[in-house]
Design a protein around this ligand. Structure first.
Ligand SMILES: [Zn+2]
Length: 109
């Protein structure tokens, strides 16, 4: 099952270690795209030049995680800048456990 943006219906881009896990093919006018773009710019300033920092998970991130079928409640986003051009995000629940973004087992052939 392919996940879709809850606001514009855009499909999630194929998961890949080099691609942010919350990338969707949004319509240009999608409000979640605008929020994600703004967050991406803010995160680029937040963690510079490399390293990682925690911050509160945004409502947009929570909505996109829910679209992926994630039932845990995200609380903290870990922003990791691997290099000047690559930023990754991971998510913790309210007690600090990592939230897995692995594909659902039903996608297996
Ligand atoms: Zn969208």
């Amino acid at each position: 099952m392919t996940a879709h943006c809850p606001a514009c219906g855009g499909q999630r881009l194929d998961p890949h270690p080099a691609v942010d896990p919350l990338r969707f093919a949004h319509d240009q006018g999608c409000p979640l795209l605008a929020a994600e773009d703004a967050r991406r710019v803010a995160d680029a300033d937040y963690v510079w030049p490399i390293g990682w920092e925690p911050r509160a998970t945004t409502d947009t991130e929570a909505a996109l995680l829910a679209a992926l079928g994630i039932t845990a409640t995200p609380h903290t986003t870990i922003v990791t800048r691997v290099s000047p051009g690559i930023i990754r995000r991971s998510f913790l629940d309210e007690v600090g456990n990592p939230i897995s973004l692995d594909p659902a087992p039903e996608e297996a052939p």
